[in-house]
Design a protein around this ligand. Structure first.
Ligand code: PLP
Ligand code: COI
Length: 341
């Protein structure tokens, strides 16, 4: 694949797709230790045909963004939390851990080396960063790998879901993750398992699928790539409490923002049959940022939230505050922003 040329980029219409940037980061784990990695211009990885990750899915990944600020500098958002979550996922998949301070430094190196590709302030774009780790040992029996590759690539992206336009979603009859399964880990298999549900939702004209809890199929869990929230008629912020969803860093941040905005946030079970109690709903995540849910269709019944064409006022406020902090326009009270320098 050819390297992306800077002059070929249209900052306002980036979409959410892979572009091959000049630099990635690579490090190998072998002989019981990480082997001092570094930047590389090689964006291809080569594995043995029996490599663990190809057959038994020993893979964990992260998703984070670098944002250009008004003064031209570049911000990361809570990268230490991504470092921690990668290791939590690694623990669930019985993989090596990657040192958390090194993770943040490696991310910074990748951003600095590709700084020309961080979209300009005001374009709506950002640099999406994808750190990941795979088990590389050739194995036939199912067992954890003893060798790993840690790698980071970056790619400039626009909004995953463009602008603050409400979208229609459907409740899937598939599960994303099993009860006591790998739902809390950011691992490839959870996403492979969601492809059919997402395909069927798209074929029916929905923007995506929402999963229910895998035990009772009663409570809302999350979307294929984002956590769920809703605003109650009581004006409060609600988000699902569940052991089978990804602990979203955006959600953790929004819980604090909602508290500061007086929305009395609660993590609780949200019964899919109680949608009438909510005035707004949305998706939250690194790629999704805050995306309003216009409607949710469950068992053929469509429930419209605030509006199918306009974001609700609380959703707008949450978005403005979160994106404002990330891009340096709103006071960063909790030191979430980490400048890349
Ligand atoms: N849930 C799933 C399944 C995801 O893939 C993501 C994206 O990372 C999220 C939630 C949101 O997590 P975060 O806010 O940390 O990006
Ligand atoms: C992210 O938000 O970083 C994700 O990993 C979601 C993915 C579906 C693009």
């Amino acid at each position: 694949m050819a390297k992306q040329k800077l002059e070929d980029l249209d900052w306002k219409n980036l979409g959410f797709e892979y572009r091959d940037l000049p630099y990635s980061y690579n490090e190998e784990f072998k002989d019981g230790k990480w082997q001092n990695g570094g930047l590389t211009t090689d964006s291809s990885l080569t594995f043995n045909e029996a490599a663990e990750e190809l057959h038994y899915g020993q893979e964990v990944f992260e998703g984070m963004k670098a944002y250009r600020t008004k003064d031209g500098s570049i911000n990361l958002f809570r990268p230490d939390m991504n470092a921690k979550r990668l290791n939590n996922s690694a623990e669930r998949l019985v993989m090596e851990k990657y040192p958390e301070d090194k993770f943040v430094e490696a991310v910074k190196e990748v951003v600095k080396a590709n700084a020309d590709f961080v979209p300009p302030y005001g374009s709506g774009g950002s640099l999406y960063i994808r750190p990941f780790m795979v088990g590389t040992e050739p194995v036939v029996g199912v067992a954890p790998s003893s060798t790993y590759t840690f790698h980071i690539y970056a790619t400039p992206v626009g909004a995953y879901i463009k602008g603050l336009h409400p979208m229609p979603y459907m409740v899937s009859h598939y599960d994303r993750a099993a009860y006591a399964g790998t739902g809390q880990a950011k691992t490839a298999g959870n996403y492979a398992g969601s492809l059919l549900a997402a395909k069927e939702a798209k074929e029916k004209g929905f923007a995506g699928e929402l999963y229910l809890d895998p035990r009772e199929h009663k409570y809302i869990d999350e979307f294929g790539g984002a956590n769920f929230y809703a605003i109650g008629k009581d004006g409060k912020f609600y988000t699902p409490k569940s052991d089978s969803i990804l602990p979203s860093i955006t959600k953790k941040s929004i819980l604090q923002i909602a508290k500061d905005l007086g929305l009395d946030p609660t993590e609780t079970h949200i019964d899919v049959n109680d949608l009438d109690q909510f005035t707004e709903a949305g998706a939250m995540g690194t790629a999704a940022v805050i995306s309003p849910v216009g409607s949710l269709t469950h068992d053929g019944k469509k429930h419209v939230f605030y509006s199918e064409t306009e974001p609700g006022p609380v959703t707008q406020k949450l978005y403005d505050t979160l994106f404002g902090i990330q891009s340096g326009d709103v006071e960063d009270k909790y030191s979430w922003v980490v400048p890349v320098e």
